[in-house]
Ligand binder design. Structure first.
Ligand code: AMP
Ligand code: ZN
Length: 462
């Protein structure tokens, strides 16, 4: 079955054609590790995870790379402002290396908590400086660079396809709105490939290079690492929508001018997660919601994942605790239905299984329609197709949803609650309803619920 994806390059839904049959190479722009990832950032990786799982579901071999930006990303995408890592180091009184290490680990923890499959490679910018230098040398040799005040710049006027990703219409807007403070740039859109002390004074992370001691511009890392791990042509590149006008536009310019051919076939971008008070989501001010904030408030990471899956990745999603409560309750209901189904016994119905499988694959292959896929989970659980079939279908769907729907939750139930539940079961069997109700109330006051079935009961955390 075909997979259709909306390609930002051309802004249309296209049928995916791999470079190599049965294989897909995906590169995902990763985090800048000067602070925790906020819940908006995490949307970008859950989207990439669903994309990857969709290919696995369709029996593709997937090669996936995510980079870690631990150097060179200034607070302004267009080469101005402070280095984000140095800003983090100043804020916390640590070295830039410590900052990068700490927030990289925190990022891995978030990824694991959200049940995101590890990429084949996580690559750090600081470990690939030589590759970036080599790429810059290629660009210099091919005549796309100039040096001004000791820094190496990319000359965007020499790449005629520079505006292809952003499109003609937005080109004009962008041309007008780009503010350029750097008087050494020949064109507004030019960007730095290598910074030396001339532009930024002493920098905590510096390396020798043909252009002098310094550090790489932000964009070059993705081009250099992508080609190292995935080759000079790749199928898909992902990132948040904010990367379209500068970061990805510049990545394309430098890669295609270095290699002399098209670099990426499909550009996929997730829309933003927004909160009413947009101040809260700014990673640079430090005032934002992160996954741990949600966990501290009693939500599980998979409840957040469920919340995101309810909206198409190309649509803006408004975060609120009310909306997250809705997702939490839905997921709880879903899991309770699954627990019920597990208690029943029935024959497997292959015809019904195939019917649901096909519908599910159709939804997810249609530009990752996760909202429709979730609706199918509910349809199947409410359908009279027998528990065996339901559970097999849900198990298969969960390969993409990644919600661990069939996993039993391990809850530590205190001994006293177990004793009360046993006592209650006995009084219920003896039809001593008054006592059994009293015991139920006591159990509930300790934060647990009792779910009865014909044969026995189950203790659940509220
Ligand atoms: P950063 O760590 O700032 O480089 O961002 C990591 C990823 O998150 C990038 O792909 C961004 O495009 C994406 N991103 C940033 N803010 C949001 C947001 N509010 N919603 C969704 N994605 C975002
Ligand atoms: Zn990137």
């Amino acid at each position: 079955m075909h997979i259709k994806l909306t390609n930002s390059m051309g802004r249309e839904k296209q049928t995916f054609k791999p470079l190599k049959k049965g294989e897909v190479k995906i590169y995902t722009c990763g985090p800048t590790v000067y602070n925790y990832a906020h819940i908006g950032n995490l949307r970008a990786y859950i989207f990439a995870d669903v994309l990857k799982r969709t290919f696995l579901f369709n029996d593709y071999k997937v090669k996936h790379v995510i980079n870690i930006t631990d150097v060179g990303h200034l607070s302004d995408d267009a080469d101005e402002g402070e280095d984000k890592l140095e800003k983090g180091a100043k804020r916390e009184g640590k070295t830039v290396w410590d900052i990068a290490k700490f927030y990289t680990e925190a990022f891995y923890t978030d990824m694991n908590d959200l049940n995101i499959i590890n990429p084949n490679t996580y690559c750090k910018a600081t470990e690939h400086i030589q590759e970036m230098i080599e790429m810059n040398k290629k660009l210099e040799k091919n005549g796309f660079t100039y040096i001004a005040e000791g820094n190496l710049y990319f000359d965007t006027s020499k790449f005629e396809n520079y505006w292809n990703l952003i499109g003609k219409k937005q080109e004009e807007e962008n041309q007008q709105s780009r503010v350029v403070q750097d008087k050494h740039k020949k064109n507004k859109t030019d960007f730095v490939l290598w910074f030396t002390r001339h532009k930024h004074g002493n920098h905590a992370m510096e390396w020798d290079s043909p252009w002098g001691k310094g550090f790489p511009g932000w964009h070059i890392e993705c081009s250099a690492m992508s080609s190292k791990y995935l080759g000079e042509k790749i199928d898909i590149h992902t990132g948040g929508i904010d990367h379209v006008p500068i970061h990805h536009t510049n990545e394309i310019a430098q890669s295609e001018c270095a290699y002399g051919h098209k670099w990426v076939n499909y550009w996929l971008h997730n829309e933003f997660l927004v909160v009413k008070d947009s101040e809260k989501m700014s990673k640079s001010t430090g005032n934002f919601l992160r996954l741990q904030t949600l966990i501290d408030k009693g939500y599980s990471p998979l409840e957040y994942r469920y919340f995101l899956l309810g909206t198409h990745y190309r649509k803006k999603i408004m975060f609120s605790y009310e909306a997250l409560d809705g997702a939490k309750n839905s997921l709880k209901k879903l899991k309770n239905k699954i627990i019920e189904a597990k208690k029943e016994k029935s024959e497997f119905n292959k015809e019904k299984y195939d019917e649901y499988y096909n519908k599910f694959q159709e939804s997810i292959n249609d530009d990752l329609n996760t909202a429709q896929a979730l609706a199918l989970v509910w349809d199947c659980l409410n359908d009279k197709i027998g528990s065996e079939t339901k559970l097999k279908i849900i198990d298969k769907f969960d390969e993409i949803l990644g919600l661990e729907l069939l996993k039993e939750e391990k809850v530590d139930i205190p001994k006293e609650v177990i004793e009360l539940a046993e006592k209650r079961w006995k009084s219920k069997k003896n039809k001593n309803w008054e006592e059994s109700d009293k015991l139920r109330a006591e159990i509930e006051s300790k934060g647990f619920d009792i779910l009865d079935s014909k044969e026995y009961y189950e203790i659940k955390k509220k």
